[in-house]
Design a protein around this ligand. Structure first.
Ligand code: FE2
Length: 375
């Protein structure tokens, strides 16, 4: 009977917003030409596409970079007025768009906006000789937005409006593969409302929670909930500051970003030692971890495949959960404001986020915060 069919779990648990992963991450930056050079040189991204005055775009220039499955878009305003310039003035360089791959951008807009999502971009179809890309978008925390990208009928390099970007300067990739997760920092008492947003509007689930007992050092405290979409391809942890003796690292971010926004983008690699060695050689600065972290680490996490010495030398952290272990490391902020940074992560079974490393990590972060006079 039809009514029984509708009541089966598979029917009631249909994912109303199926996502295939992160399509791209777009930064608004002060100088996209120079930022592109940095991400090619230091992070090993490859030139992919360009849009700007030469392609008929009058108000901005955008450089699209790629490494394996990860696309990065760097956009700068060409005029002092408008959304991009306003975003830049307020926040400095930072993430504007977390774009998500969908089968149907029109349906994604309909499903999310009828559930309370605030429209950012009405559904639209862009076409050129290579086919069509359909887009739509909604707002999330702060001035950050999600754009739904449907590109199954497109054969061009990125999307209509962009041309292929051929460069004479092509540093080798460093082994970065795809976006593992993107973390948002939100304000006091704002974590649960944004958890509810991802549950209600986007059909995500809360898969892990950390309270301030899990994540507090002598000074700096925060709370975090990890939101995941149905197939686990898209994970968005949400952080909120918590009361500590001194200023929370999340609060420092909020003060300098002047609002809620993306705190870090975690990128996966299959060989973290090789990737991080290359990034260090190319000038990327990582948080340094005290030597004593490595003295007892194998007692805590058990045997691992890698030699400990290279991990120690680079400051790579190790953690284990029921399913396996993970290796992770964090860059210092990549802007002068202490706002966005990157994580490099290699998962060896573990699907968690390195809770066992929070103490060592936050002590390292506090040292940096103290150096800036913000603790
Ligand atoms: Fe992370």
């Amino acid at each position: 009977m039809t009514t029984q069919t509708l009541d089966t779990p598979t029917q009631t648990q249909v994912d109303f917003l199926p996502l295939h992963g992160t399509d791209y991450v777009e930064f608004y930056v002060g100088n996209a030409k120079q930022a592109a050079h940095f991400y090619k040189t230091a992070f090993g991204f490859q030139s992919l596409a360009y849009a700007g005055p030469e392609t008929g775009v009058r108000d901005r220039a955008s450089y699209v970079l790629v490494q394996d499955k990860m696309r990065l878009v760097l956009t700068t305003p060409l005029t002092p007025n408008g959304d991009i310039a306003e975003h830049l003035k307020l926040h400095g360089d930072g993430v504007k768009v977390l774009a998500l791959m969908v089968d149907d951008a029109y349906q994604a807009f309909e499903e999310t906006t009828t559930r309370g999502g605030k429209p950012y971009m009405q559904p639209q179809t862009l076409t050129d000789d290579n086919g069509e890309v359909r887009l739509s978008g909604i707002h999330t925390y702060g001035d950050t937005v999600h754009i739904f990208v449907e590109r199954k009928n497109y054969k061009g390099v990125f999307m209509p409006g962009y041309r292929a970007w051929k460069s004479n300067y092509n540093p080798e990739p460093v082994g970065l593969k795809y976006v593992d997760h993107c973390v948002g920092n939100v304000g006091w008492n704002e974590m649960n409302p944004w958890v509810k947003f991802y549950e209600d509007v986007m059909g995500f689930r809360n898969i892990l929670s950390f309270d301030d007992n899990d994540i507090s050092t002598e000074y700096s405290a925060l709370m975090s909930k990890v939101m995941s979409n149905g197939n686990g391809f898209v994970k968005f942890p949400i952080n909120e500051p918590a009361e500590g003796k001194k200023k929370s690292q999340v609060e420092e971010y909020l003060d300098f970003y002047l609002g809620q926004g993306v705190q870090h983008v975690a990128i996966a690699t299959d060989d973290i030692v090789s990737t991080v060695n290359q990034m260090v050689a190319r000038g990327v600065e990582f948080l340094s971890i005290p030597d004593n972290y490595y003295e007892s680490i194998l007692d805590r996490v058990g045997p691992i495949d890698e030699d400990l010495e290279p991990l120690h030398k680079l400051g790579i952290l190790i953690d284990r959960d029921d399913e396996g272990y993970l290796l992770q490391i964090f860059t210092k902020p990549v802007e002068d404001r202490p706002t966005l940074f990157f994580e490099i992560i290699q998962r060896k079974g573990a699907q968690s986020f390195g809770k066992g490393n929070f103490k060592a990590l936050f002590e390292a972060l506090e040292r940096e915060q103290d150096n800036r006079g913000n603790l």
